[in-house]
Design a protein around this ligand. Structure first.
Ligand SMILES: Nc1ncnc2c1ncn2[C@@H]1O[C@H](COP(=O)(O)OP(=O)(O)OP(=O)(O)O)[C@@H](O)[C@H]1O
Ligand SMILES: [Mg+2]
Length: 282
């Protein structure tokens, strides 16, 4: 069995009396895509925030590559290889799409200690950062909009730019929280193709929160279900059973999950105390 790249042990957070993530223990191996599903309010986004460090755990631990990273702030976790897509509002809305991606590429490279103070080195690196940014924008079909300010992009393009930024950071662990929410039908396959391509890289680990069960079934190696903050099922068909049980308990957003219906769930949850991506890596 491959060693876990990422593991949460009894990971818990309470907001006042409400336990949003409740003693979740789960290990994830490189080269796999795990879908994390569950009704609205189940704790999926909060679980991501605990893993990436935007929220501090009340109890439990997060382990990455065999090290306990629970005490590390988000920027250091990002440097260690945890990456999640961020909302553009927390990036540089007045810079172009290309500049945003270039900065993410640059931050990644400098975070790896390859930035230089030699002016020629800086110039050469700068050119290669731009080339990479362009190629990433091409892969999300935003190359024709590279000079448009991030804030001026239509919603679907902004979501694609968020994915582009994550690709630029190229973390060991990719966390996608409803990556296609709010996208038009013709944009969705672009993002799904990228996730498929990432999955074929056997050294990366992908966690995907997604409400569209047809997408989940097609992409995932494993499905875990969160409900009321707790991990209630791990792997099909237990996962599907758990979703149905949740549905019978009257939760919203489960029926259409099982039917593989259109995404009606709210996406792009906010996390009040997270900073912007570059702040996280620098
Ligand atoms: N900062 C916070 N303060 C107080 N309560 C919070 C906070 N963040 C999340 N919660 C609560 O934690 C619970 C889990 O929320 P979370 O956003 O993680 O659910 P989710 O599974 O991502 O839902 P959705 O599918 O709708 O995105 C909810 O009851 C939510 O109101
Ligand atoms: Mg959420």
């Amino acid at each position: 069995m491959t060693a876990a790249l990422l593991e949460t042990r009894d990971l818990t957070i309470r907001f006042g009396g409400h336990v949003a993530v409740d003693h979740v223990s789960c290990a994830f191996e490189p080269g796999t895509l795990t879908a994390i599903v569950g009704p609205n309010g189940a704790g999926k986004t909060t679980y991501f925030n605990l893993i990436s460090g935007q929220l501090a755990a009340s109890e439990g631990q997060v382990w990455l590559s065999g090290s306990d990273i629970t005490a590390l702030p988000a920027p250091l976790r990002t440097r260690r290889g945890l990456g999640r897509a961020f909302q553009l509002t927390q990036l540089f809305p007045n810079l172009s799409a290309q500049e945003n991606v270039r900065l993410a590429v640059q931050a990644r490279e400098q975070g790896r200690g390859r930035g230089g103070i030699d002016i020629w080195r800086v110039w050469l690196d700068h050119k290669s950062w731009i080339d990479e940014a362009r190629s990433i924008l091409e892969s999300v079909r935003l190359d024709d909009k590279r000079d448009v300010h991030a804030s001026a992009l239509p919603h679907g393009d902004q979501r694609k730019l968020e994915v582009a930024l994550l690709m630029a950071l190229d973390p060991m662990v990719y966390m996608f929280d409803e990556p296609t929410a709010g996208m038009s039908v013709d944009e969705v396959p672009v993002v799904l193709d990228l996730i498929r391509a990432l999955k074929s890289r056997k050294d990366r680990l992908i966690l995907l929160v997604e409400h569209k069960m047809d997408v989940v079934r097609e992409l995932s190696d494993r499905i875990v279900v969160l409900h009321n903050g707790a991990l209630v099922a791990d792997g099909e068909p237990a996962a599907e059973r758990a979703l149905r049980d949740a549905e019978h308990q009257g939760d919203l957003g489960v029926g259409h999950l099982l039917e593989g219906g259109e995404d009606e769930a709210p996406g792009g949850q906010t996390c009040p105390d997270r900073g912007n991506t570059l702040e996280l890596i620098i």
